[in-house]
Design a protein around this ligand. Sequence first.
Ligand code: HEM
Length: 388
Amino acid sequence: MASLRTLTVVRTAGSLARNLSRSASTKASSANSARSRAALLAGSAAAGLTGYGIYKSLSRTTQDDIAATVQAVVPSNTLAAASPPKSQDSVWSPGKDHAVYLWIHLKPEANLKEVAKVCSKLPKMVDTVVDPTMKDEDDEILAGVGFGPNFYAQVAGKTKKSFVYPHRKGALGDMPSSGGDVFIHAKSNQVSKLFELSQLFLRSLPKDSVQSSEDIYSFVYQNGRDLSGFIDGTENRADDEGRQEVAVEKETGGSYVITQKWIHDLNLINTEKPKNLEAWVGRERGDSTEISRKSITSHVARMTGGNGFQQPKPVEIVRQSMPFGSVSGEAGLFFIGYAADPYNFEFMLDRMVGAGGDRHSDDVMRLSKNVKGTYWYFPGEQELAKLA
Ligand code: HEM
């Protein structure tokens, strides 16, 4: 057990880090709660800072600087003895201008241990693409790798919680279960760096091990809006502590992840009455104001468990979804959410497809079609290193 002195030193180090972090970024501290975010949303002038954009706070480079300062004043063995397992860089860090979502299915004959070894080198690959001594907020990459349940069970054993994604059928559409073995989520302001990382990763995998892969490059649209025009991310936790609390399993540093590819019906979005769209979502499109008397079938009511105004949330997830696609082809939302417990996804998905007990489906499914989805486990940093 950690001694009292150790704990005191660690707490002091923690508060030093927090104080440094506060002075390093007023933007971060101003975005410290979902409520202050809601206040910022009032008025269209603030709209440019909302949604996705607002949780772009302290860069990982700045966080590394803080960590280095803390390490300089606290003996490293003291910190190592008491610090909780760390999560991978993608899990609760702020958003960037672009993300890549790389979804890989392996061939049945692939050597899983060899694949896992390559995956454990992801942090090194990130350093190959962006020189760690040169990187700044603009070209740093925040990346993480996750695994499907079968793959992870075979290379590392059981996770604390099981995560199985069933095919869901709903009155407003299905949610197919697509499976998958390895998934990379990486964020950067430079889309070319993400392309480079995907290419390096795929080329590093053992020859002939990939059955199929899809890499989707996403972008921030209108300062943080979904392609439907609604601000996305309003009720996401904005502060680092809150995001960790929601996304990270304390004992392991691991995180459970949902990914879903949604193709929007842009024709319907452009022609439907704005009032109807707002009723489907449960928020106003301009500034994300919550509709006080909303339908039980609105997206917000489905996700929060009821249609009360500012309904207390029974469960939460950290959403990092972003728009993707092309005008002449398909476009939509790549939905990705992190949670310390996969039950949180189950609660939400069941309530979207009419399996949440009250049989209602989610009206957001009127404007988009889910074409692909599954769950992953993003092991903690130490768990990942063990796969080497
Ligand atoms: C086409 C797919 C989707 C679209 C366009 C969409 C869009 C939105 C929008 C506009 C909001 C309101 C603003 C906000 O708080 O971010 C929202 C809220 C939310 N969405 Fe989605 N969403 C989609 C799918 C999903 C899925 C699949 C989940 C869960 C697995 C989900 C979970 C949530 C949650 C938890 C909230 C916050 C509710 C609250 O606390 O008020 N969304 N979404």
